[in-house]
Ligand binder design. Structure first.
Ligand code: SAH
Length: 452
């Protein structure tokens, strides 16, 4: 029979939240009868799920958008859906004028506008129960899109949408709206449905994930949620990100230490190691607070790994102030440092009230100095693992080698002809570098159980 199903393609940029949003949207499109295609030239629905956290991300989204315009000229029936942080939550009038060839604009995490638009196409969606579909989108359970089904080992689950913190440099609160925790029942339902479809690892997401439940009276907090998720059958590993130093409490640390499925890896951005810069960034803590917090995490959760984020070249950052950041990273020896050059963003306090006065050349120099330092630190930390046997969850094969992660989120490659996907296996580390490691399996993976 000829395949007459309409096709969808989703282009996703930016953070893990967008990856989760795109998968949910794919799931609902398939519910309406659409099929995934990785070919933008043959698709009927093209979604761009965008990021604007830095100018470079915004340029990439606009670049892609303009590159696909000829497709729309050729095929006026093509439905183009612009989604995510380029659209934001505050109305689309201006964007509509600027981008007349875009059919649908959707705020971050909201498949609603596209589903509503497509549902008017009655010929095609003859049987779809749109009301039920929209409801299902918001409420937990998710059907993994067909092209990923049976292959997806690790998935993201948003637990807090938006952000109400307003760091001086950050555009996210403007584009994603105020902080909203998802109902605990939805999260558990999503975790269960993912596990039932073979997912072994979930990562809970929030701009400040530790604030989960704080906007709901008497609601469970992140530690409570971790306890509930630890009991979900079929899941092997649970992670969460991103933490904020002011909200990452000892209750969360203890939950991680106590719960067997919750992995000892944390993402806690410092952003700068100088108190005046931190104050200008409106982060709400000092470098001393942060140092204490890291020491406490390392005491409460033994053998954990910690990642941080740093922005270089924030307005007014002097050489001396940058040296404080350099020294902090040298002292604390984090496992991972995500580095960024300051990029002024519309609407933010730093764009409106401060001059982007650090030359690009200086930003780049500072960036490279931290990058070199982090390379040395990560090399040293990883070298200590040489010869150790560690449990690794394997996800997929990349260029002939199986790719997996340790409980501390370190990337491990193993050569094996067996199917390791979704398995946690003990592997001995045989080589270490700053960004990844190689290992050998200690045991053959158990042979698959065939069920009738
Ligand atoms: N809410 C999370 C994620 C924010 S975006 C958090 O607070 O960590 C991820 C990272 O992008 C941030 O941690 C920050 O380091 C970086 N970032 C955000 N806005 C930026 C900007 N205007 N310029 C450069 N980097 C930025």
């Amino acid at each position: 029979m000829e395949n007459t199903a309409k096709k969808y393609h989703i282009w996703t940029a930016g953070c893990q939240m967008n990856v989760a949003d795109s998968r949910r949207l794919g799931s609902s499109l398939e519910h309406l009868g659409y099929q995934f295609t990785d070919n933008v030239k043959e698709t009927d629905v093209l979604v761009l799920n965008t990021c604007v956290v830095r100018q470079s991300a915004e340029n990439k989204a606009l670049g892609f958008l303009h590159s696909i315009r000829p497709l729309k000229d050729k095929n006026p029936d093509l439905v183009i859906n612009l989604m995510g942080c380029l659209v934001g939550v505050r109305g689309t009038e201006k964007l509509q004028k600027k981008l007349p060839f875009v059919d649908v604009f959707s705020p971050p995490s909201d498949p609603g506008p596209l589903i509503a638009h497509l549902s008017q196409d009655d010929d095609f969606i003859a049987e779809a129960d749109v009301t039920r579909n929209r409801f299902a989108l918001m409420d937990g359970e998710i059907i993994i899109p067909e092209h990923e089904r049976g292959k997806l080992v690790s998935a993201f689950i948003p637990i807090v949408y938006g952000c109400s913190h307003a760091c001086a440099y950050c555009i996210i609160p403007y584009q994603r709206g105020v902080e909203r925790s998802r109902p605990v029942g939805d999260i558990i339902a999503e975790a269960r449905s993912l596990a039932a479809q073979g997912v072994k690892e979930i990562t809970l997401l929030g701009q400040i994930v530790d604030r989960y439940g704080k906007d709901v009276e008497d609601g469970p907090n992140l530690a409570d949620l971790l306890r509930l998720l630890n009991d979900v059958e079929g899941l092997e590993r649970i992670r969460f990100l991103t933490s904020h130093p002011n909200y990452f409490g000892v209750d969360i640390m203890r939950a991680v230490a106590e719960l067997d499925k919750v992995m000892p890896h944390f993402e806690v951005p410092i952003q700068a190691g100088n108190d005046e810069v931190l104050e200008n960034m409106k982060r709400g803590y000092t470098h001393g607070d942060y140092r204490k917090l890291i020491a406490q995490i390392r005491t409460e959760v033994s053998n954990c790994s910690i990642a941080t984020d740093i922005i270089v070249g924030f307005p007014g950052e002097t050489d001396e102030q940058f040296e404080d950041t350099y020294q902090l990273l040298a002292d604390l020896k984090m496992d991972v440092a995500h580095l960024a050059r300051y990029s002024p963003r519309n609407k933010t306090v730093s764009k409106r009230q401060m001059k982007d006065d650090i030359p690009d050349k200086v930003k780049r120099e500072r960036f490279h100095r931290l990058e070199d330092l982090q390379k040395t630190i990560a090399s040293e930390i990883n070298a200590r693992l040489l010869g150790e046997a560690l449990p690794v969850l394997f996800e997929n094969k990349v260029k002939g080698r199986w790719r997996g992660r340790t409980s501390t989120n370190k990337l491990v490659f193993v050569e094996s002809d067996d199917d390791l996907r979704g398995k946690v296996l003990s592997a001995r580390i045989t080589w270490t570098g700053p960004w990844s490691m190689q290992a050998q399996l200690l045991n053959k993976p158990p042979s698959p159980v065939i069920l009738d």
